[in-house]
Design a protein around this ligand. Structure first.
Ligand SMILES: [Zn+2]
Length: 386
């Protein structure tokens, strides 16, 4: 089992300059290696492989002081990243999917470098991270890495003006959890007006602090739109906007962790509808709010927490979940604007999302089995007053 642990690091001004310099060097190497592959293909229909580029790198390095300054495995990792991009590209072509040719990385599009095996160490005091060719950097381990975990790699990441260290940690596979007996099942509808609506009728909205941050992002966005393109002020405003985005991203992540924890603790079976989020995001009108709501992240968190707890997470077909009546099963067409499900056949009146959540639960394979038990016997889920 592999998990990533991300911690903030606090480099000195000089160390931060080195980080930035390394990023530039890595980006140049990436772009040059990409050029080589592209030219070889265009002129000789020849494909260049990772090993060839890695061998070449050893030679080029001798005369290039910038390359020489960077840890050799970090450079190799750059080539490996490029190689991966190409592998994905070819795989997509083979599957006849839409595939864009690997792209050059612009100045702000290259944000991390990786020590893939060695060259880094967490000091015993847990307050410093040693990086080969850079030195000791202050790190804040806000949560422990399990003692039985083996750190496989270390990636240094830039996020606007913050730096992070991400460790890929191999953990022993957890003992297979015995499936909890399904006593409490819950159907969950994810939506825009409320983040979640449960089949019990409870709704969970994004908390106020998250909504406030959303407003702040919108404000920074408007400010940015007023600045002239390419101007110094525009660049400065870009940074402000990126900071606001970072904040909201972190807050949302935090909230999704708490919310998924509660769901997993309260229920033995959690039923979501299968969302093809990539398709939804293509629709521009709902796109912004959907990518902001980050349902995918919430579902992913629920899934892996559930796995460790022996809870079942099930995804059911999303076909017509909003349109069908959850009591009589008849089709009751409604537009996005219709917020109430009002069935002319059986007379059921429910909030639109509440009706969907019930339908979602009913579609569960396990619902029949848990039916004798009440689906709403959980005392409802409450997440901090919002
Ligand atoms: Zn009905």
């Amino acid at each position: 089992m592999k998990r990533t642990y991300k911690f903030r690091v606090y480099p000195t001004t000089q160390q931060a300059t080195t980080f930035t310099q390394w990023l530039t060097t890595c980006r140049m190497l990436y772009n040059n290696a990409l050029t080589e592959r592209r030219d070889a293909w265009e002129t000789q229909k020849k494909s260049v492989r990772y090993c060839e580029q890695a061998t070449q790198l050893k030679v080029v390095k001798q005369t290039n002081p910038f390359l020489k300054a960077v840890h050799s495995q970090v450079l190799q990792d750059v080539l490996r990243r490029l190689d991966k991009t190409f592998t994905n590209f070819f795989r997509r072509i083979k599957k006849r999917e839409k595939a864009g040719y690997p792209r050059f990385k612009g100045k702000y599009r290259y944000d991390s470098f990786t020590y893939p095996q060695s060259g880094f160490a967490l000091e015993k005091n847990k307050k410093t991270l040693w990086l080969s060719k850079i030195g000791n950097i202050t790190i804040k381990l806000h949560r422990p890495i399990p003692a039985e975990g083996v750190i496989k790699s270390c990636t240094i990441k830039r996020d606007v003006d913050h730096w992070y260290a991400c460790f890929a940690v191999a953990l022993p596979d957890p003992a297979p959890q015995t499936q909890r007996k399904i006593k409490n099942a819950i159907g969950v509808d994810v939506g825009l007006s409320s983040l979640l609506t449960l089949n019990t009728g409870n709704t969970i909205a994004n908390p106020r602090w998250l909504r406030n941050s959303e407003k702040k992002v919108a404000k920074e966005q408007r400010r940015q739109a007023r600045k002239k393109k390419g101007s110094h002020n525009r660049h400065k405003q870009n940074k402000n906007l990126a900071r606001a985005h970072r904040k909201i991203r972190n807050q949302r992540k935090d909230f999704h962790h708490k919310l998924s924890r509660k769901l997993v603790d309260c229920y033995d079976l959690i039923v979501y509808e299968k969302l093809t989020i990539t398709n939804l995001v293509k629709n521009r009108h709902v796109a912004k709010s959907i990518s902001d709501a980050g349902w995918g992240q919430l579902m992913h968190f629920t899934e892996y927490k559930a796995e460790e707890a022996g809870t079942l997470v099930e995804y059911v077909s999303a076909y017509h979940t909003t349109q069908l009546c959850s009591r009589c099963g008849k089709l009751v067409p409604k537009t996005l604007a219709t917020r109430i499900h009002s069935c002319p056949y059986c007379g059921l009146d429910l909030a639109r999302d509440h009706n969907s959540a019930i339908t979602i639960l009913h579609r569960s394979r396990f619902y029949g089995a848990s039916r004798s038990l009440s689906s709403s016997s959980g005392q409802g889920l409450s997440i901090e007053p919002v």
